[in-house]
Design a protein. Structure first.
Length: 55
């Protein structure tokens, strides 16, 4: 996500922690997080995808 938003990884991590504590997620981070989840769930992410057992 950091590479897609041009935001440092530690800032993204803090945003996600803040969001989990009930604070609003910055729109830029939220938009990219939604896109990353969508890419991962449809199998289009490429990065960091683990192979299914037995593959």
């Amino acid at each position: 996500m950091s590479q897609h938003t041009n935001v440092k990884l530690h800032a993204i991590a803090q945003s996600v922690i803040d969001w989990a504590l009930g604070r609003p997620l910055h729109s830029r981070v939220g938009d990219e997080l939604e896109a990353a989840v969508s890419r991962h769930s449809t199998g289009q992410g490429g990065e960091g995808q683990a192979e299914a057992p037995g593959s």
